[in-house]
Design a protein around this ligand. Structure first.
Ligand code: ARG
Length: 414
């Protein structure tokens, strides 16, 4: 499994090996699922406080478009609200309390690999926002019946390569071996390989054509990791990029699948310290890190792993703070989440959450989320796993249906 590519989760944690978010609904041969269309417009109406006349006119328009073309096109406002609702509904994100402030970039008309590449880089600049990090999603063209749209094949817009050595060890990120080999099959091959080579962006067009595009340094915002007091650590030369932009998840809104919709929020320190650098199938660096801190690794019961991962978290927070790059610690993030969940409950709303993705991978019981049970229902709109372009045609069960009007149930004329 390509673990670097492992989805939304604001916090990657123990659950990262669990089955990922459900697949987008099986592709219908003739247009969007009428129930999803209907339910989305009901939610949209409530969200924007649409009056009955405007609502009636819009659903008549959507019904007519589906009858005529087999699908329909969201307005930019519908897309924006739909993306926000997808975030609100996503149960593996502890940062979703900010859902209303999501910046939505409508790039549905950008379809060439170069155009997609440029908008991904622009996405990075919008997100960066002088280090203040603006949670942002950039949405490219949706899949249409019989017409899949382009995909990104990377786990994140910026991520490091992992080169598999003959002896089975990996130089770089053990979670990125698959993407790295794909990049190499596209002709990408840095002459001097390091543990921190930024992978190219790999775009797959609907006809299955792959292209690799190198990522410019100025959209990476790399941060050298330094410990405030245990300075021998600094010689390890560890670094990480400024923020994660998830690139291989899709979004499902009102029966329409947007397979390419990279999104970003700021990091939580333990994502790096307790997962990216520590997982044995990722950088697997805890022993070296412990030694740099002068921690004796010979006895498991000295709890050297725990001590090393905590000092590493200190280094990560210190380095991002010094660089002026927004990053949360696990206490602040979970406390804010829990307060928001409680406030939502007072407003009569239940926030759906997957407990195993809410708890941080270190010191879980010291945070409020550990002590709370959550409802975890799957609601739409939501983020979804999308099948790769080339597989869309053969791998998915097709549901034989005639396009029907989502509001009246009448069969489509085409
Ligand atoms: N856990 C992933 C990583 O370490 C990033 C997942 C998204 N996280 C976030 N804070 N937005 O790169």
């Amino acid at each position: 499994m390509d673990t670097a590519a492992n989805g939304c989760p604001w916090v990657a944690n123990l659950a990262s090996e669990a089955p990922a978010a459900p697949l987008a609904a099986p592709r219908r041969t003739d247009g969007p699922d009428p129930r999803e269309v209907r339910e989305f417009f009901e939610q949209y109406k409530a969200y924007v406080d649409m009056d009955e006349d405007a609502y009636g006119a819009r659903i008549a328009e959507v019904a007519a478009e589906i009858q005529a073309t087999g699908t329909y096109t969201h307005t930019t406002d519908e897309l924006t609200v739909g993306a926000k609702l997808a975030w609100y509904n996503h149960s593996r994100c502890v940062g979703k309390l900010y859902w209303r402030s999501l910046t939505v970039r409508d790039c549905r008309d950008v379809t060439t690999p170069e155009g997609i590449r440029d908008e991904c880089f622009e996405h990075q600049r919008v997100v960066h926002n002088g280090g203040r990090i603006k949670p942002t999603i950039t949405i490219f063209a949706p899949d249409a019946p019989g017409k899949p749209a382009a995909r990104l094949r990377n786990g994140q817009i910026v991520a490091y390569a992992g080169y598999k050595n003959e002896d089975g060890t990996v130089l770089g990120d053990g979670g990125a071996v698959e993407t790295t080999e794909l990049a190499q099959s596209c002709g990408w091959d840095p002459e001097h390989k390091t543990p921190f080579d930024v992978l190219p962006l790999i775009v797959e067009t609907p006809d299955g054509e792959l292209s690799a595009h190198s990522v410019p340094d100025d959209v990476v915002w790399e941060i050298a990791l330094e410990h405030p007091t245990l300075t021998d650590f600094n010689a390890l030369g560890l670094k990480w990029y400024g923020f994660p932009s998830i690139a291989n998840k899709g979004m499902s809104i009102g029966g329409i699948t947007y397979p390419t919709s990279p999104f970003t929020g700021w990091y939580l320190a333990p994502e790096l310290s307790a997962r990216d650098f520590s997982d044995t199938y990722r950088y697997n660096l805890l022993p070296e890190i412990a030694e740099s801190f002068g921690i004796d690794t010979s006895d498991r019961r000295s709890l050297w792993q725990d001590r090393a991962v905590i000092e590493l978290t200190t280094a990560v927070l210190h380095s991002y703070d010094s660089a002026g790059m927004r990053m949360d610690d696990h206490y602040t993030a979970t406390e804010k989440f829990q307060k928001w969940v409680d406030a939502e409950a007072r407003r009569g709303r239940t926030v759906d959450a997957d407990w195993s993705w809410m708890i941080p991978p270190i010191s879980a019981s010291l945070t409020p989320v550990f002590h709370t049970e959550y409802q975890n229902e799957y609601k739409l709109p939501n983020f979804v796993q999308v099948p790769r372009t080339a597989l869309v045609e053969d791998a998915e069960p097709e549901i034989e249906t005639a396009a029907v009007c989502p509001f009246t149930g009448a069969a489509a004329s085409v």
